[in-house]
Design a protein around this ligand. Sequence first.
Ligand SMILES: [Zn+2]
Length: 213
Amino acid sequence: MLIKQQLLAALASGLLPISEAREDIIGFFSQLTSSSEERQPKAAQSADVDNAFGADSAFLLWIAEAVAGSRSAAEQCLIDARSISRERSGLFADWLAQWARSATLNQAIWHAHEEISAAARRYEQSRCPHGGHVAPTLDEIRELSELPPQELVHSLDPFVRTVALMRGVSHCALQDCAIRLGTTRSAVAVACCEFDRWKHSRMNASRDAATRQ
Ligand SMILES: [Zn+2]
């Protein structure tokens, strides 16, 4: 039953969107129907939490700075996310890398929520005429993290940055983003549109610079 408790705790916390937990849910129900004794998941200890945050600290700091807007705020978000995770029971060691990313992102959203909400309001009367903007993958966000976070901060407003990272890092659906950020699904869609527009122009600029060299 350890899997069930941990899965439900992660889903209830909002840190693990249902879309992301699909394989774990399938695994859980498969285990219910299995007569053999499968490997039991390992409950995370404080040291496991520290290792997960330490192993990916540069990327976690980048995520936090891209949302919170400053290095000092990002450092505090990372400290707080690790501290909250160390105190939390029911974490599953195999999920800690994803947990660390989502917990850090959540702390940064909490830190910057006023700026994010203010920026979101500017999108609530707009519409994306295209639809179907594909979420960035985690690998794409890692590639993006080769840019200084301040480039994103100066190019995109807090709402667009947050939506892009919620989708790419925590695999949130548009509706998940809207609920978490207290705005409309269509505002989130416009933020996706804005992020894609920036990403394509940034990639074209990089290609042009590479061609000139
Ligand atoms: Zn669009």
